[in-house]
Design a protein around this ligand. Structure first.
Ligand code: UDP
Length: 404
């Protein structure tokens, strides 16, 4: 559906196929078109992955993460059932469904196939949401803007490590630059031009600025970000989905220090380049994990959903980020400000966060050191013998042993 769900799902499919599983990756035609580069790459590889396209029985334009679409998801149910009933379909040992596809539980039950849920979010944010839901805390709090503390788990909850298959960071499955470049949509910048630009910069000097695949900045906010980057004189790559004349002029003025990518950037390629020493991010969980896996500290600028909890994880728990200081989703800012409407994060605030992150002071060096250590731990998890390696094997064995 959204790139933030499909990209790691494709990585997971490749990881599982590499581990000995045969995969049928089920999606819809429009979503398949969005990940065409990686599908083509997989077709040219020896990995046993087939892509099955189920026609969405509604307006095709709605085949992405939009509210009506989410409500219409169960409409895919008959298509999946008839696919599973075809004589040419090998009976799956296991269905792994994205957490939005809750309806697959009924299909799995009907066909007697074990079903696992793939959560693209962090365990930390799932934990927090679970505590909130279980204690019905949000029902009790009337004021949207009241600050409250997350409590500890009240009951004794017994689980086994073996019941949770944490695998990944999935982005690290992509060891070669071509693999990283083919994640998600086709890149809007020529790979050679990008690498040449990055190769010309000293190590850890560049900040990448990107807010994921869904979030958009209001125009007054874009201007503040632009002036902050310009004033900081720190080399930057800025990925913008918005177009404007102001942006063209900005690009012209800053062409010595900056690179503006309009559209889709090969984010994993950029983050793993040694010239990149910082990432201004909306704290989408994929972006957060990709930065940690690449050992890159972050300026955090959450927008909605789990992103505010991911920020707390990055800034307070892991201590590898500098918060730009937003306290509320943009829609709530408008609500809180009433008539006054949008309040942007001012250029001075943006510049201060960028300077703090990219600076050479003790605090910045400590942050850098910590995130690099986490990056090494992440790579170790994915190597032979690492935790992800073991959990993946365990997952495949689980599916095989429950096969009927
Ligand atoms: N991404 C990318 N290029 C872009 C924008 C996004 O490669 O120009 C990728 C990014 O690397 C990540 C995913 O798209 O893998 C975005 O997922 P995330 O969970 O960070 O945020 P969302 O887009 O779902 O808000």
């Amino acid at each position: 559906m959204a790139q933030g769900h499909m990209i790691p799902a494709v990585d997971m499919a490749r990881l599982l196929a590499d581990g000995g599983a045969t995969i049928s990756f089920i999606t819809t035609p429009i979503n398949a078109a969005r990940i065409r580069p990686i599908i083509d790459r997989i077709h040219n590889s020896a990995l046993p992955i087939r892509f099955i396209e189920l026609r969405f029985p509604s307006a095709e334009a709605a085949e992405n993460l939009l509210k009506p679409f989410v409500e219409a998801l169960p409409l895919l149910c008959p298509q999946l059932e008839s696919y599973l009933q075809q004589s040419s379909t090998p009976k799956p040992d296991c269905i792994i469904a994205d957490n939005w596809h809750y309806w697959t539980v009924e299909v799995a039950r009907k066909f007697g196939i074990p079903r696992l849920v793939f959560h693209g979010q962090s365990c930390f944010s799932i934990y927090c949401s679970t505590v909130l839901r279980r204690r019905k805390m949000l029902d009790e709090i009337e004021d949207d803007f009241q600050v409250f503390e997350l409590p500890e788990m009240p009951e004794k909850i017994e689980v086994m490590k073996a019941q949770v298959w944490t695998i990944g960071p999935l982005s690290l499955y992509n060891k070669h630059v071509e693999d990283r470049a083919s994640r998600g949509k086709p890149s809007s910048i020529d790979g050679g031009v990008l690498l040449q630009w990055l190769n010309g910069k000293t190590s850890n000097s560049v900040i990448l600025v990107s807010f994921g695949s869904i979030s958009r900045n209001a125009f007054p906010q874009i201007i503040e970000i632009g002036y902050a980057l310009e004033a900081s004189k720190i080399p930057f790559i800025w990925v913008v989905k918005e177009t404007d004349k102001w942006m063209s002029e900005f690009e012209e003025r800053t062409r010595l220090t900056g690179l503006v990518i309009r559209g889709w950037a090969p984010q994993s390629v950029i983050l793993s380049h040694e010239a990149v020493g910082g990432f201004m991010t909306h704290c989408g969980w994929n972006s957060t994990l990709e930065a940690i896996a690449a050992g890159v500290p972050m300026v955090t600028w959450p927008r909605f959903g789990d992103q505010f909890l991911n920020e707390r994880m990055v800034v307070d728990v892991l201590k590898v980020g500098v918060a730009v200081g937003v306290k509320l989703p943009p829609t709530k800012v408008v609500m809180a400000a009433g008539e006054k409407g949008l309040r942007v994060v001012r250029r001075e605030e943006v510049e201060e966060a960028v300077r703090k992150l990219m600076g050479r002071g003790e605090e910045a060096e400590e942050r850098r050191k910590r995130v690099r250590e986490f990056g090494v731990m992440a790579s170790k998890a994915m190597e032979d013998g690492g935790s992800s390696f073991h959990n993946l094997k365990d997952l495949i064995n689980f599916a095989a042993s429950h096969s009927t």
